[in-house]
Design a protein around this ligand. Structure first.
Ligand code: SF4
Ligand code: SF4
Length: 401
């Protein structure tokens, strides 16, 4: 469906500044900041591989935002691409975006959503009989209904961690059908585990157009990810980077914030990264992220911040899974560490709680161990982090919203 109403950035700001009745209404700080700019904002665009889409290098990860006003402001500033998923905020994230987007021409933005593959074991990657073509074909309609759209620009298979899942024939068949039906324009996978292997699989498939990969300065295996990105981009795969802020903070106490401008610029130093989806939850963050396009070069101070950040025991877990074999109960420590990052890095307790529940991790998961044998390849204190985050499982969910 084509949305009819159209207004540009200047009109929007003008209307917002004067108010409909002509009375003086104080402007929110973020609008004042935009209006006080002396020149039009600088927008740097890159081509998203063979898709032909040309997008600003800064897009919006909507996962943690429930603010329609923030999304409108992002559109108004010139952000074109918005990233959501069926599971974000129990579906409310897609619903909120649908309400916003219906007032804008469909050609003025692109939207990506994600579907978790059914019957794929999140711990082992083992594919069950329920991972069918039909599960993907029917699932997309839920997103289209919530988003109030006839199609999404990109559909990802969500959270792919193995080559086998990326190339599972029923999934590839379903994505090809959805393209033919016009329900999706482009297909991709999102990955934050075994990224080089998954990106390699995407590159050799004939179906995928885009990959959404974790990529940041703090990853221990960033060089291998970068090699895979270069090869994929060379074959025309559009590359979108996520988890660019490496958890947002270097410490649990949140005394050492990651400099978001430095972190984003580091990712975009690689010209094969076509756009990024930093999670944006405030107007200040929106303005700050957007402003990096004025100068993508890193200052000496920013370079030093990145170098120092690498030496810290940060909140970001590489998801390498090497700790699992040394855990007496073979718990999915990597996934639990992701919940730890959601809670302490993003203050996203509901997301952390939901992940723990999906994994079936109880409050006392480590109860039977008199000492912890799990060894982290990065030297994290697994026992301390496990004891800390699994407490969340016993909190009633109502308290987290
Ligand atoms: S204490 Fe360590 S070894 Fe024991 S279950 Fe927890 S993570 Fe695994
Ligand atoms: S906790 Fe350490 S070993 Fe385990 S997945 Fe994360 S980085 Fe790898």
């Amino acid at each position: 469906m084509e949305h009819k109403h159209e207004f540009n950035r200047r009109d929007f700001l003008k209307v917002s500044a004067t108010g409909t009745a002509g009375a003086f209404v104080p402007l929110p700080v973020w609008k004042e900041k935009i209006l006080s700019r002396k020149k039009e904002p600088v927008v740097v665009k890159r081509k998203l591989g063979k898709t032909g889409l040309e997008l600003p290098v800064v897009s919006m990860g909507v996962m943690r935002s429930d603010s329609a006003a923030l999304v409108k402001a992002a559109l108004d500033m010139g952000i074109q691409h918005f990233d959501t998923a069926q599971g974000y905020q129990d579906g409310k994230n897609e619903i909120m975006l649908g309400e916003v987007f219906k007032a804008y021409p469909r050609s003025s933005f692109t939207v990506a959503t994600k579907i978790h593959p059914q019957d794929v074991d999140r711990r082992t990657g083992v594919i069950g009989a329920g991972a069918t073509k039909e599960s993907i074909l029917t699932s997309i309609d839920t997103s289209l209904q919530r988003l109030q759209m006839d199609f999404v620009d990109i559909l990802y298979i969500h959270g792919v961690g193995t080559r086998e899942v990326a190339l599972h024939p029923p999934f590839l068949e379903a994505l090809a059908i959805l393209k033919q039906q016009g329900k999706i324009r482009f297909a991709g996978v999102s990955t934050h585990r075994n990224e080089p292997e998954v990106i390699g699989a995407v590159t050799e498939s004939e179906v995928y157009d885009v990959v959404l990969t974790a990529f940041n300065f703090a990853q221990g295996h960033r060089d291998q990810i970068q090699e895979a990105i270069v090869l994929a981009a060379g074959k025309g795969i559009g590359i979108i980077a996520m988890k660019t802020m490496a958890g947002g903070f270097l410490d649990k106490e949140r005394t050492k914030p990651v400099d978001c401008k430095a972190a984003l610029k580091w990712v975009l130093l690689d010209p094969n990264v076509h756009t990024t989806i930093p999670g944006i939850v405030s107007f200040d963050q929106l303005i700050e992220n957007f402003s990096i396009m004025e100068n993508l070069g890193m200052t000496d101070e920013e370079k030093a911040h990145i170098e120092e950040g690498r030496l810290e025991s940060c909140l970001y877990c590489d998801q390498c899974g090497r700790c699992i074999a040394s855990c007496k109960r073979h718990l999915p420590v990597n996934e639990i560490m992701r919940a730890y990052m959601y809670a302490y890095g993003y203050r996203q307790y509901e997301q952390a709680y939901t992940l723990l529940k999906e994994l079936g991790i109880p409050e006392n998961a480590c109860r039977e161990c008199d000492h912890c044998t799990a060894i982290c390849a990065r030297g994290y204190d697994v026992a301390e982090r496990m004891a800390d985050i699994t407490r969340l499982s016993s909190v009633p969910k109502d308290f987290l919203i």
